[in-house]
Design a protein around this ligand. Structure first.
Ligand code: UD1
Ligand code: CA
Length: 467
């Protein structure tokens, strides 16, 4: 392994200016997501892991969005150069001339559309490059079906000669199965000198970065090829069909790892989706059709039933999510039960052993310990205490057409079925609202209210409220 000092002389350059015509999309290709992360972010995450001095991203199409996604992943390590017209990969690299040409560094070139590459592979490539003292090292791989890729042309002694693109290749050359991954190490000065000599004399009228190795060879430089044995890692995304294959591959890897190392049960691993960013505790059981997205954290011994979606949410231990529930940006503590058909969103919080049942929506609300809302309710902007029962059909009327207002329901309250709580409103401890109440004024502690709008009928003994 190369040591840290040599590592600090590496600059990474990521080509990400293209639109990606074959994606048939208005969005730039590198913004399409794989496993919930834009392609560019995946590449940058791997780039960071080799501890480069800097990362230069060549942007063009949708430059603002690509820059935003890049900064979100790599922060201040990343710099941008703009390639106004996409005149080829050689031209893309040349736009970074002012930033990189005068440094005595290794330039590690990556493609924004080759997202499965692993950090350890880049380390090995860099090691190979440094050990062989090469001026250029190409990462290659052998593919069953090399169609579309640049091919590595070798002479009869197996010595590298040049790279030929699919569109420029002869029938004979198209039979070559060794492909150019689009990932390379270069001596920076020699790279930029060779780039000045590129000519767009090819089928696509483009400046090909792939012509640089041949130019270097002719100048007597040392060009090396490192053949990587895991071809799947170096595949590029050019179409949505390929993107879907990658998604599948990534998903299978994530799920296999959760089963073998994480002790998670999948009833049908081929019909579950778990983001590679998510954490799932051991002895949790995941049913078919479940999606666990983003940076979700699921505790131990949870049960997530069919067709539920959990996005960027935290679940404690022993939580049951029944079928067809949606949980977004929310937090659920241990021993809670949610669903079926529940919708929790915008920082809904369930404290320990709370229960949310069928057709209940909870938005920006907190339910205290052991509080239950079992059926057909909307709880929005509400703060609900412990051991409170929310009857079927309860609605927090939180919106007056202009503003949202809070509802506060204290501990040990019984909200009768079909109660409308017209916010802002508070229901005091141990109080009861009768079925069908429309509560427009605060209810003091230990009171029974009823009617439309509800008026105080009597003062309750604490024994009446039955807690
Ligand atoms: C390229 C290689 C090919 C290799 C393949 C591996 C060339 C000429 N060909 O082909 O040998 O097998 O990658 O995946 O390099 N880009 C720019 N500016 C441009 C053109 C491209 O930034 O002017 C970016 C694209 O956004 C993309 C990357 O460079 O991220 C590769 O470009 P793409 O057009 O996909 O090249 P391939 O045809 O796949
Ligand atoms: Ca490509």
């Amino acid at each position: 392994m190369a040591n840290l000092e040599t590592r600090s002389e590496v600059n990474v350059l990521v080509m990400a200016a293209g639109l990606g015509t074959r994606m048939k999309s208005k969005r730039a290709k590198v913004l399409h997501e794989l496993g919930g992360l834009p392609l560019i972010a995946r590449v940058l995450r791997v780039a960071k892991s080799v501890n480069p001095r800097s990362i230069v991203v060549v942007v063009g199409h949708a430059s603002e969005e690509v820059e935003q996604a890049s900064v979100a992943e790599a922060g201040e390590l990343v710099q941008f150069v703009l390639q106004r017209k996409q005149r080829g990969t050689g031209d893309a690299v040349a736009t970074a001339r002012d930033l990189l040409a005068d440094s005595d560094s290794v330039v590690l070139v990556l493609s924004g559309d080759v997202p499965m590459i692993r950090a350890s592979t880049l380390e090995t490539l860099l090691d190979h490059h440094l050990k062989t003292g090469a001026d250029c090292t190409i990462l290659s791989a052998r593919l069953e079906n090399p169609t579309g890729y640049g091919r590595i042309v070798r002479d009869e002694r197996d010595v590298f000669q040049r790279i030929v693109e699919q569109k420029d290749a002869s029938d004979e050359e198209r039979k070559i199965r060794e492909i150019n991954s689009g990932i390379y190490c270069f001596n920076s000065r020699k790279l930029f000198r060779a780039l000045s000599q590129l000519q767009p004399a090819n089928a696509q009228d483009e400046y090909y970065l792939t012509d640089v190795p041949e130019i270097l060879l002719k100048q007597g430089a040392n060009v090396s090829v490192y053949v990587h044995d895991d071809a799947r890692e170096v595949l590029g995304v050019n179409t949505r069909a390929e993107l879907a294959e990658f998604e599948n591959l990534l998903r299978r890897n994530t799920i296999r790892q959760l089963m073998t190392e994480g002790g998670v049960t999948f009833i049908d691993p081929s019909h579950a989706y778990v983001s590679s960013e998510a954490v799932v505790g051991s002895d949790t059981v995941i049913y078919p059709g479940v999606s666990i997205e983003g940076k979700s954290v699921i505790g131990e011994a949870c049960v997530i039933r069919s067709s539920s979606r959990i996005t960027n949410s935290h679940l404690g231990k022993n939580v049951t999510v029944k079928d067809h529930s949606i949980i977004v940006d929310s937090e659920i503590e241990a021993n809670c039960s949610v669903g079926p058909f529940a919708h929790l969103r915008m920082n809904a919080r369930l404290e320990e052993s709370a229960v949310v049942g069928n057709f209940v929506e909870v938005k920006k609300s907190r339910l205290g310990k052991k509080t239950k809302a079992m059926h057909l309710s909307y709880l929005g902007d509400a703060t609900i205490g412990e051991r409170t029962n929310i009857g079927a059909g309860t609605v927090t009327c939180n919106y007056d057409g202009k503003q949202k207002h809070p509802t506060i329901i204290e501990d040990d309250v019984k909200i009768g079925s079909d109660t409308m709580l017209v916010a802002p409103v508070r229901v005091g401890k141990r109080s009861v609202t009768a079925a069908g109440s429309v509560v427009t004024k605060d209810v003091p502690e230990d009171s029974l209210v009823a009617g439309v709008p509800a008026m105080i009928k009597k003062k309750l003994d604490s024994s009446d409220s039955g807690s």
